[in-house]
Design a protein around this ligand. Sequence first.
Ligand code: FES
Length: 203
Amino acid sequence: MTNSPPKDEGARNQPGEKTPAAAPNQATKAAPASDGGKDGKGKIEPLKMRRRIIWASIWGFIGINVLMMMRFFFPRILFEPKTKFIVGTVPDFGLGVDTRFQQQFRIWVVRKPDRVFVIYARCTHLGCTPDWKESESKFKCPCHGSGYDSDGVNFEGPAPRPMDRARVTMNPQGQIVVDTSKLFKCEKGKECEFDDPDAYIPV
Ligand code: FES
């Protein structure tokens, strides 16, 4: 029994056969041609770089113009509070002055034994907003000291006349609708408008 000597790996290949180790080397050489414009060192070619910069500039210019056009859809508007709004039903208000709507609509709702009316919270001197002083049962203007009773009638300070009243109507649901675009005045020497049917709601 004779032992034949072990053949080494290279000896297994027949003359003329390609060795498997040659394939990876070929693939490595082909790679740079399909690498997104990068040269063999991984850098972007100058021509492609210039193109990218030009396109980025064009898109940037278009984007800025589109944003400027969009701005026209959102003009700078000062939104005034609504002049017509609902404040509730008559039973929502107890006797006296209700200040709940002063901040939002600049009004006070006043309920008397026989009527509900709405005072527009603007001093008739120079237009400041008076404060309701519950303990003194009066409105006091912080600007020059005018005082008004709970009906909004002036009795002290430089205010020339009572504060105006807003139109009030009832809608079909029995709610009080206030409209501050229509104000009723009570000026000296003129007929007082406070008894106009739209200036109060009888209760
Ligand atoms: S603005 Fe009210 S007293 Fe002058």
